[in-house]
Ligand binder design. Structure first.
Ligand SMILES: Nc1ncnc2c1ncn2[C@@H]1O[C@H](COP(=O)(O)OP(=O)(O)OP(=O)(O)O)[C@@H](O)[C@H]1O
Ligand SMILES: [Mg+2]
Length: 358
C-alpha cells in the first residue's frame, strides 16, 4: 500500500467556504443557543473559540442510530472524519451507509445519538450544518430536462449562493468538472460520466467544506471514474475540502481514501487506513496459522482417564498472497455477505448510471 504522497491521495489541505446540501425537505431553522449576557471579564466565555484548541473534526458521530420501523439501518455508529481527509464508508448493500450519510446531511433526523459537523450539532443546528456541506446523493439529482448550466444554477439558488456571485460560481463549478463546453446542452444528452460530474458541480457550487458523495462513480467506466476523482482531488487541492464518500469499488477506496470504515448491519466493523486494515488481517491470519499451544502430556501414572485422542492438528497456512481490501471486507462482514448482499462486482455491474438518468 502506498503512502498518501505516492498514491496521490491527501492532496491539498486548506479551507473551503461553507454552504449547504440539497434540501428538498428543508426543516425549520433552529437557531443556535443565544450568546450569554455580559458575563464579566473573568467569567468563562463558552462561545469564544479557544485559539489553541485543535479544529473540530469534520464529522463526529457518537452512538448514532436510525431505524425504519423494525429495520435498524444504523445501529450505534461511532465515527470521526478528520478535517481535510478523504474518508471512505464501505459496506455491502443494506449496510446502512446511505442512512448514516443522510443523518449527517440532516436530510434525516438524528433520533438517537449525536452527529456533529465541524462542531455543529446536526439535530439542533441543521441550517448551520447544511451550509457546510455539499452532497451528491446516491439517486439522481440532476434534472434531465435542464441544461448543465441550468442544473448547477438551480443548486446555486437552493443553496443560497449570493445572487451577485451566482453566475461566476456556476461557471467555476462547471469548469472544475470539465463541463464548460457541454454546459448549454440538456442533461439528458450527457453520458453517465458527464451526469455524475454535473452532480459534482451541483454539490461544489456552494464551495462546501465537506463534500459527501454517495457512490459517486457507480456504473462508470474506469476512465470516467478516474476523471471524477481527478476533479474531486483538484478541488481538494485548491480548497482543502474534506470528503466523505461511499463506494463499492475497493480499488477506488484503496487509491483515493486516507481512511476507511467498513460498515455491516448498521455498525462500523473496522476502521483505519487501507494499510492498517490489511495489516490487521495479515496479523489475524498469522495468529490463526500458529499451531495451538500444546499442553503437557499426562503422566503415565496419572489416574485420570486419557482424553479421547483428538485428530492431529492441521496447521492453517497463512495465505501466500497479501490480503486485499476485499479480503478485509469479507473477513469483517463474514459469510453473510454473499447470502444477503451479493458480490460487490455483481452489484456494480448491475447498476448503471444510465438507469438513474431514466
Ligand atoms: N426509506 C426506507 N424505508 C424503509 N427501509 C429503508 C429505507 N431506506 C433504507 N432502508 C433499509 O435500511 C437499511 C440500510 O439501507 P441503506 O440504504 O442505508 O444501505 P446502504 O448501505 O446505503 O446500501 P446500498 O449499498 O445498497 O446503497 C436496509 O435494510 C434498507 O432496506
Ligand atoms: Mg446506499
Amino acid at each position: 500500500m502506498s503512502t498518501d504522497d505516492e498514491s496521490g491521495r491527501g492532496q491539498g489541505r486548506g479551507r473551503g467556504r461553507p454552504t449547504g446540501p440539497a434540501a428538498p425537505d428543508e426543516p425549520p431553522h433552529t437557531p443556535a443557543a443565544p450568546a450569554p449576557g455580559n458575563p464579566g471579564p473573568d467569567a468563562p466565555r463558552p462561545n469564544t473559540p479557544d485559539p489553541d484548541a485543535p479544529p473540530p473534526d469534520a464529522v463526529t458521530c457518537r452512538a448514532l442510530r436510525y431505524a425504519f420501523g423494525e429495520t435498524r439501518a444504523v445501529d450505534g455508529v461511532d465515527l470521526s472524519v478528520r478535517t481535510g481527509e478523504v474518508f471512505g464508508l464501505l459496506g455491502p448493500n443494506g449496510a446502512g451507509k446511505t442512512t448514516a450519510i443522510r443523518c449527517i446531511t440532516t436530510l434525516l433526523p438524528v433520533p438517537a445519538g449525536m452527529v456533529r459537523v465541524f462542531g455543529h450539532d446536526a439535530a439542533r443546528e441543521r441550517m448551520a450544518v447544511r451550509r457546510l456541506l455539499g452532497y451528491v446523493p446516491q439517486q439522481l439529482s440532476a434534472d434531465a430536462g435542464l441544461t448543465g448550466r441550468e442544473n448547477v444554477a438551480l443548486f446555486a439558488r437552493v443553496f443560497d449562493v449570493a445572487r451577485r456571485e451566482r453566475a461566476a460560481r456556476v461557471s467555476q463549478a462547471l469548469a472544475a468538472v470539465g463541463l464548460t463546453e457541454a454546459a448549454g446542452r440538456l442533461a439528458k444528452t450527457y453520458s453517465g460520466g458527464m451526469i455524475r460530474r454535473l452532480e459534482l458541480a451541483q454539490a461544489l457550487v456552494s464551495a462546501p467544506r465537506l463534500l459527501m458523495l454517495d457512490e459517486p462513480t457507480i456504473g462508470l467506466d474506469p476512465i470516467a471514474r478516474t476523471s471524477v476523482w481527478e476533479h474531486i482531488n483538484a478541488v481538494r487541492a485548491a480548497t482543502g475540502m474534506t470528503v466523505l464518500v461511499t463506494t463499492h469499488y475497493m480499488e477506488e477506496a484503496d487509491q483515493y481514501c486516507d481512511r476507511l470504515a467498513l460498515m455491516h448491519h448498521g455498525r462500523i466493523r473496522a476502521l483505519g487506513t487501507p494499510d492498517e486494515l490489511r495489516s490487521a488481517l495479515r496479523a489475524r491470519r498469522r495468529a490463526a496459522a500458529r499451531p495451538p499451544a500444546v499442553s503437557p502430556a499426562p503422566s503415565a501414572s496419572t489416574s485420570t482417564p486419557a482424553a479421547p485422542s483428538s485428530p492431529p492438528s492441521v496447521p492453517v497456512r497463512p495465505s501466500d498472497t497479501e490480503p486485499t481490501l476485499e479480503d478485509v471486507f469479507r473477513d469483517v462482514a463474514g459469510s453473510g455477505l454473499d447470502e444477503q448482499s451479493g458480490d460487490f462486482r455483481d452489484v456494480r455491474s448491475t447498476r448503471r448510471t444510465a438507469h438513474r438518468v431514466g
